[in-house]
Structure formats: structure tokens, C-alpha cells
Design a protein around this ligand. Structure first.
Ligand code: ADP
Ligand code: MG
Length: 258
């Protein structure tokens, strides 16, 4: 069954139609990118899927279940995860503790405070950290990590919720080109192994075209194109939408200066 089905979503803020009749589907294990100029409505769509925003019209279906009216917490329990920045207050905790906290909050178990459970969560946390290549530095405080490594911790924290669907709204913001590609490589391999569907947005077109299996182009709240990275690169409507930044679509992969 289709993992995510977004149907005719509409959302306006005052006079601004941030999303207009937005419909798409996402399958298990698929990497789907939403691209579009600033203000196109990408975050609005993410927030309607994640439950932070209620659409004016349309529906969000997860595994065939209508979740349009469900709270973000309910969606989280149903398997909708998203990456969040590691909050300032958690930077003093170790890498492993951050993931343990996420595991505990996902299960909402009070027994988590008992010593044996603590050990169990620790083992699970280290297993998750191994998936993102961070097991060796599990005991380092997050504050001592390089920025790219903090992003990996954020991914491990998101995976602790055992998502079926992972929402990543500009996960690589502030990262260098090389690190962006690395983080998305990692995301793709983890998602593929666990059958997680990933909906992401990203400014770097090399990263989008190199990692998405399918791309949706949003302009002024409307989908103007959907297709494979190759289709999208060649699509004249997309070129028009990015007129001011036409080079973004033309740079051959791998030649992007850092
Ligand atoms: P993107 O993520 O593609 O840059 P957004 O979804 O953030 O675009 O914004 C789409 C449009 O909706 C923009 O015109 C933005 O100013 C407007 N918008 C988004 N969120 C709000 C809000 N909470 N209140 C008012 N206007 C908003
Ligand atoms: Mg945005």
C-alpha cells in the first residue's frame, strides 16, 4: 500500500495561497524531493504532513489511514518522524544520551528510569548510532562535535522514533557541499535498509538530483512538475520557474565547487 498520499491540500495565510491543490504519493523506501523557490510553500506542505499545520482543504493519508486531523504527537506514534535541530539544552548531553532520551520519549515508559532499562536504552542507542557511523563517539558531549556530526545525531534521534516516513525540511542547511552529500548518502542508505520513505527539501540541486528518486517542483503553492531527476532537469516549466537561477539545474554532478 502507498505509504503517504497527500490529496488536494490547500492552505492560505491571509491573502497568500501557500499551498494550492497539492497532491502526491510517496512509497516505502522512496526518496522524494520537493524543490521550489523561496516562499513556494515547501515548509507549508511539510508542516501539513507533520501535523504542525492544519490544511484548509484536502487530506493526508498514511498507510490508508486519514491523519489530516491528527496531532503531531499522534502522527509521530503512527510513524511520521522528522529531524529537529538538537536543542541548545541538549548539547551538554552526550551523543548516546540524546538518542536514549529520544528512545525513552518514544516509548513513554516510566520504567526507563530504572537502571536495567537505562542499560537497555544505552545498547539500543549505540546500535542506532552505529547506523549513522557515530558509535565510536557515543560518549562525547554533543557540544564537542563538528556541525556535520551533530546532523548525524539528529538523524539518529529521528530514527529512534522508528519512523515509516521521515520528513526532512532543509536538513543540510548550513552545511558544506561535501557534508550535504554525505548526510544524504547516509539518509538514503538507512532509509533503503529500513524501508523508510523520505520526503526532503534541499537547496543544493546536485544533492537533490543525486539523491531523489522522484522530484516534485512547487511554485507559488502549486505543483508544476513531478518526475525523475532527469525529467525535471529537462522540463521547460521548471527552467522557467528557476529562471533567475538557471545554472542550478545545469551544473553537472560532481563539478560543484565546495
Ligand atoms: P518555502 O518553505 O517553500 O520557502 P513556505 O511554506 O515557508 O515556503 O511559505 C509559503 C508562503 O506562505 C510564503 O509566502 C510565506 O510568506 C507564507 N507563510 C508561510 N507560513 C506563514 C505563516 N505562518 N503566516 C503567514 N504566512 C506564512
Ligand atoms: Mg521552507
Amino acid at each position: 500500500m502507498t505509504l503517504l498520499s497527500v490529496q488536494h491540500l490547500g492552505k492560505s495565510f491571509g491573502g497568500v495561497a501557500a499551498a494550492r491543490d497539492v497532491s502526491f504519493t510517496l512509497e516505502r523506501g522512496e526518496m522524494l524531493a520537493i524543490i521550489g523557490p523561496n516562499g513556494a510553500g515547501k515548509s507549508t506542505v511539510f508542516n501539513m504532513v507533520g501535523g504542525q499545520l492544519r490544511p484548509d482543504r484536502g487530506a493526508v493519508m498514511l498507510d490508508g489511514q486519514n491523519i489530516t486531523a491528527a496531532s503531531p504527537q499522534k502522527r509521530f506514534r503512527l510513524g511520521v518522524g522528522r529531524t529537529f535541530q538538537v536543542a541548545q539544552t541538549f548539547l551538554s548531553m552526550s551523543v548516546a544520551e540524546n538518542v536514549q532520551m529520544a528512545l525513552i520519549s518514544h516509548r513513554r515508559e516510566s520504567e526507563a528510569l530504572w537502571a536495567p532499562a537505562r542499560d537497555r536504552y544505552r545498547e539500543e542507542a549505540v546500535t542506532l548510532l552505529a547506523q549513522v557511523g557515530m558509535a565510536e563517539i557515543a560518549d562525547r558531549p554533543c557540544s564537542a562535535l563538528a556541525y556535520g556530526d551533530v546532523k548525524r545525531v539528529e538523524l539518529a534521534v529521528a530514527l529512534a522514533g522508528k519512523p515509516k516516513l521521515l520528513l526532512m525540511d532543509e536538513p543540510t542547511a548550513g552545511m558544506a557541499a561535501r557534508e550535504r552529500a554525505d548526510l544524504m548518502d547516509l539518509t538514503a542508505s538507512v532509509a533503503d535498509a529500513a524501508g523508510i520513505g523520505v520526503l526532503f527539501t534541499e537547496h543544493d540541486m546536485d544533492v537533490v538530483f543525486g539523491h531523489a528518486e522522484r522530484v516534485i517542483v512547487l511554485v507559488r503553492g502549486q505543483i508544476v512538475a513531478t518526475g525523475s531527476p532527469e525529467d525535471i532537469r529537462r522540463n521547460p516549466d521548471v527552467r522557467r520557474a528557476y529562471l533567475g537561477d538557471a545554472h542550478a539545474l545545469e551544473r553537472p554532478k560532481g563539478l560543484n565547487p565546495a
